[in-house]
Design a protein around this ligand. Structure first.
Ligand SMILES: C=CC1=C(C)c2cc3[nH]c(cc4nc(cc5[nH]c(cc1n2)c(C)c5CCC(=O)O)C(CCC(=O)O)=C4C)c(C)c3C=C
Ligand SMILES: [Fe+2]
Ligand SMILES: [Fe+2]
Length: 403
């Protein structure tokens, strides 16, 4: 059964009770003093670094955060002394509320950051206080990764287990949404705008730069991230419908293990060697400006490109509040509230179960792949810590996770 008109849709919403939309995001330090505690929260997450003994997680997180803080602060200083993530996410939430309103839907919007304010826990407290009857859980990551949406889902699962009130609430979680057509159109529109400013638009090389993850996440833990990023790149190029050459690479590597390849810095150097002169860089794994677009791409990669002979280096802006992107978010919310995705059986099942994400997507807990993944990351983290503590010049130090 599909919703036929706005009146019917309103009826369904009323029958369902108050609707909430929880936008999940990573969070970023608002000011330089926040950098240390933010990094501590990030490295305390077992989805980012997993150790064999949980009692080691916090001391190691403190150790890495302390050692990394000054370099990280230096980077945040270059972009104005803090992350713009909170303010952009708030603007996105406001725009989404307005868009839903014009489409005849009324919903409360909540922002739940994983590692900084406003924390997911705070959003969940508000959601229970405001008596939300149906919650749409929408990560602001177009593609799913264990380290991003997966980590937030894991946290929500814990909060659900502890709180009987939450277990009474119906909810839909959207694991990833990179195929959403308005999202693809918004990306294509931003790329077109950048190309059209060039003298010879067709000669520019379109360079997609995705945030990396360790290779073991994909190969051992079954993270669908790489496959979703690759498919997303193809879909954006199809939507763009331009003759330009293009390629994809992965940025922001941290730590001693191998991450998804090719690495963005190496790929830029290779393109320089091949004689590419105009590069249009497209950040694709994140929907807002943040440190990795404003500092890493705009400053570090621009410098690398310049040295490699690529003198025309341009970066496509992040989606932020692009109207088509906000429409994409509104569509996702509306589709997930449609009776076809919200059968009573589903709601009842959801009430019974505390699992929030589709288990077929990524089997959490005790599975062979998870054990291999946990074990490998655990061993690496543990060995690195011991080496670093004994010698003062361990693996993490050498590869730059620590300064
Ligand atoms: C899809 C996006 C992201 C993935 C995948 C991801 C994985 C991932 N990140 C780290 C380590 C760090 N991430 C940091 C900041 C940060 N990361 C993302 C996005 C993804 N991370 C964002 C949006 C931000 C915040 C940006 C901001 O504006 O503040 C940091 C801190 C910054 C720094 O010191 O470089 C670290 C460290 C790992 C290890 C990982 C996968 C396992
Ligand atoms: Fe980075
Ligand atoms: Fe990150």
């Amino acid at each position: 059964m599909l919703v036929k008109n706005v009146k019917e849709a309103r009826g369904i919403i009323t029958a369902m009770g108050r609707v909430g939309v929880l936008l999940l995001n990573l969070g970023g330090p608002d000011k330089l003093e926040d950098v240390g505690p933010f990094l501590y929260n990030l490295f305390s997450d077992p989805e980012i670094i997993r150790l064999p003994f949980s009692w080691l997680q916090k001391p190691l997180a403190w150790f890495i955060a302390t050692r990394r803080t000054s370099q990280s602060q230096e980077n945040y200083r270059k972009i104005g002394g803090g992350s713009p993530l909170r303010s952009i996410t708030e603007q996105q939430g406001k725009a989404l509320k307005e868009r839903l309103n014009t489409l005849g839907r009324d919903a409360n919007i909540y922002i739940g950051m994983r590692y900084w304010h406003p924390f997911t826990e705070e959003a969940i407290t508000k959601i229970t206080e405001e008596n939300i009857k149906h919650l749409v859980i929408l990560p602001l990551y177009p593609q799913f990764s264990i380290s991003t949406s997966g980590s937030s889902f894991r946290l929500l699962e814990k909060l659900w287990q502890k709180n009987p009130k939450l277990q009474q609430m119906a909810y839909n979680a959207i694991p990833s949404w990179y195929k959403q057509s308005c999202y693809l159109q918004a990306m294509a529109d931003l790329i077109s705008q950048e190309l059209d400013q060039l003298l010879n638009p067709n000669e520019a090389h379109i360079f997609f730069s995705a945030h990396g993850v360790p290779k073991s996440y994909v190969e051992e833990a079954g993270d669908p991230y790489q496959q979703e990023i690759e498919e997303c790149t193809e879909l954006i190029m199809l939507t763009l419908n331009r003759p330009n050459n293009y390629s994809l690479a992965y940025q922001s590597r941290v730590g001693p293990v191998e991450w998804l390849q090719p690495y963005t810095d190496d790929a830029i150097k290779d393109l320089g060697k091949k004689g590419v002169n105009t590069l249009v860089v497209v950040p694709i794994s994140f929907v807002s400006e943040h440190i990795e677009t404003l500092e890493e791409i705009d400053i570090e990669y621009r410098e690398i490109a310049e040295k490699a002979g690529i003198h025309n280096f341009r970066r496509v802006p992040a989606l932020n509040t692009h109207p088509l992107f906000i429409q994409a978010l509104a569509n996702l919310v509306i589709e997930s509230l449609e009776p076809s995705s919200l059968t009573f059986t589903q709601i009842n099942q959801m009430k019974k179960k505390v699992k929030i994400y589709p288990p077929e997507r990524w089997e959490w807990g005790i599975t062979i792949s998870a054990e291999v993944w946990n074990g490998r990351i655990a061993m690496l983290g543990f060995i690195a810590l011991i080496v670093e503590m004994i010698t003062g010049h361990g693996l993490l130090h050498i590869v730059g996770i620590l300064q």
